[in-house]
Design a protein around this ligand. Structure first.
Ligand code: GDP
Length: 171
C-alpha cells in the first residue's frame, strides 16, 4: 500500500526553554545513539518517529540566522512552541517571537496546529499553563487550533498528552 507521509513538526522557542530535553524524551531509542551535528552556526535537530518528523531550533539571540530557520516554515504541518514557564523575564520576548511567527508569510494564512509546552512545571516559581497562555495572549489565535500543556521534560510529564493532541490534529 501507500506509505503514509510523515508530518513535519517544527519545535521552536527561546534558548534554554527545554527543546533539546523534550526532543530527547520523544526520540526513539535508536536515534539517541547518533550525535547531532550543529549546522552552519545555528543548531538544528532532526529526528523521526512513526508518525512525525521533528525539526527543532532556537529562535533567540541569533537574528542573523532567522532566514535560515524560517525556510522550514513552508514545509511544516504543525508547530510545537516551547516556553520556560519559570522565565517570567523573557515571557515578553517569547510573546514577540510568537507574534513574529504567526505573522510570517508562510504561516499567517495556514491552519497549522500549534502545541505549546509550558515547560519546567516542576520549578517552584513556574507559572501555570493558564497564566502562560494569558501572558502570550494565546486566546487571540483564532485561525489555528492550539493547545497548551504544562510539561516536565526531565520526567516526561505532559509530553505524551501534548504530542497525542498534535498527532490527532495532523491526521
Ligand atoms: P533548549 O536550549 O531549548 O534546547 O533547552 P535545553 O533542553 O538545553 O534545556 C535548558 C536547561 O533547562 C537544561 O539545563 C535542562 O536540563 C533544563 N530543563 C529542561 N526542561 C526542564 C524541565 O522540565 N524542568 C527543569 N527543572 N529543567 C528543565
Amino acid at each position: 500500500g501507500m506509505k503514509k507521509k510523515n508530518a513535519n513538526v517544527i519545535v521552536i522557542g527561546l534558548d534554554n526553554s527545554g527543546k533539546s530535553t523534550i526532543l530527547n524524551k520523544l526520540k526513539p531509542e535508536e536515534s539517541k545513539r547518533h550525535d547531532i551535528v550543529p549546522t552552519i552556526g545555528f543548531n538544528v535537530e532532526k529526528f523521526m518517529t512513526k508518525a512525525l518528523s521533528f525539526t527543532a531550533f532556537d529562535m533567540s539571540g541569533q537574528g542573523r540566522y532567522r532566514n535560515l530557520w524560517e525556510h522550514y516554515y513552508r514545509e511544516c504541518h504543525g508547530i510545537i512552541f516551547v516556553l520556560d514557564s519559570s522565565d517570567k523575564i523573557r515571557m515578553s520576548v517569547a510573546k514577540d517571537e510568537l507574534n513574529m511567527l504567526l505573522n510570517h508569510a508562510d504561516i499567517v494564512s495556514r491552519r497549522l496546529p500549534i502545541l505549546f509546552f509550558a515547560n519546567k512545571m516542576d520549578l517552584r516559581d513556574a507559572l501555570s499553563s493558564v497564566k502562560c497562555s494569558n501572558m502570550l495572549e494565546v486566546e487571540k489565535i483564532r485561525d489555528k487550533p492550539w493547545h497548551i500543556c504544562a510539561s516536565n521534560a526531565h520526567t516526561g510529564e505532559g509530553l505524551e498528552e501534548g504530542v497525542n493532541w498534535l498527532t490527532d490534529q495532523l491526521k
